[in-house]
Design a protein around this ligand. Structure first.
Ligand SMILES: [Zn+2]
Length: 278
């Protein structure tokens, strides 16, 4: 069983601790993980939702040593506590912002933006930013190079499939972002929800294959049915998924179809999708 604790820190490495927010749910697992990097000058990754117990715990644990508050993305289970931590400690906000598509936390702003491979360096650690669009366009993972631990937010999570909601989410970008992660030396993945994940390369390849297998089902369903809507395609493509989750599945199905369209393999007229390949 994972050692998930609310309002207290779990030590993961000499430089990394985890505090989980008490916002459990179907999309958040046990809750959102906040990571505290360092023991001298501290960086917090994904401060999480504005749950008072959680914010107070972070302030108590970090004290005056908190220098930076980083976010992997601005969904409402990851970033709303950021501005409160910054105001209370003077820490700098770091992370990328995109226009609000209805899912973004508007309170996150005035932050230092990140480019691919930007680093935050202290005498104790180096954090490297890996831009990982896919789950959402402004998603960033953070590699704690000294311990080879990659904090992945919602790009990879333990025990569930990441939801891709177009247009801010993009399946083609998601798979490309997974492939790029294989270029970095990583021993452990520290996800935004759930426990540490070992053997990252194996897991990343499994995730890519899972998506491509789903894509093959999309192509197969379209080939059998002929032109069809997302609604009509969802049951056959997700016949292995609880129908109660088909609302979310339909969003990912749409993301798959947009990927096929971008690759010239599918087209759409109105609500009706068709294959363009033989
Ligand atoms: Zn998210």
């Amino acid at each position: 069983m994972p050692d998930i604790r609310y309002a207290e820190a779990v030590t993961l490495s000499p430089r990394l601790r985890r505090v989980t927010a008490r916002n459990p749910g179907r999309m958040t697992g046990p809750g959102t993980n906040t990571y505290i990097v360092g023991t001298e000058q501290l960086a917090v990754v994904d401060p999480g939702p504005l749950v008072e117990e959680h914010v107070e715990a972070l302030l108590r644990i970090c004290g005056e040593r908190l220098r930076w508050v980083l976010v992997t993305h601005t969904h409402r289970d990851h970033s709303p506590a950021a501005h409160v931590l910054a105001e209370r400690t003077g820490a700098e906000l770091i992370g990328n912002v995109i226009p609000n598509d209805g899912y973004q936390d508007d309170t996150f702003g005035d932050a230092r933006a990140l480019a691919q491979d930007d680093t935050l360096v202290t005498p104790e650690f180096t954090l490297r930013a890996l831009l990982t669009p896919g789950h959402v366009a402004n998603h960033v993972c953070y590699l704690l190079e000294d311990d080879r631990i990659l904090m992945t937010g919602d790009h990879m999570m333990a025990g569930s499939t990441v939801v891709i909601v177009p247009p801010a989410g993009d399946m083609k970008h998601y798979i490309e972002s997974l492939e790029r992660m294989l270029d970095y030396a990583v021993d452990w993945v520290a996800p935004g929800h759930g426990d540490l994940i070992g053997e990252p390369a194996t897991e990343i390849r499994r995730l890519i294959e899972h998506r491509l297998a789903r894509e093959r089902k999309v192509v197969e369903a379209l080939r059998r049915s002929g032109p069809a809507s997302v609604e009509a395609l969802t049951p056959p493509v997700y016949d292995d998924v609880d129908p109660a989750l088909h609302g979310w599945a339909a969003l990912s199905l749409h993301a798959h179809l947009l990927k096929l369209q971008a690759e010239g393999r599918a087209g759409v007229e109105g609500e009706t999708w068709c294959l363009t390949e033989a």
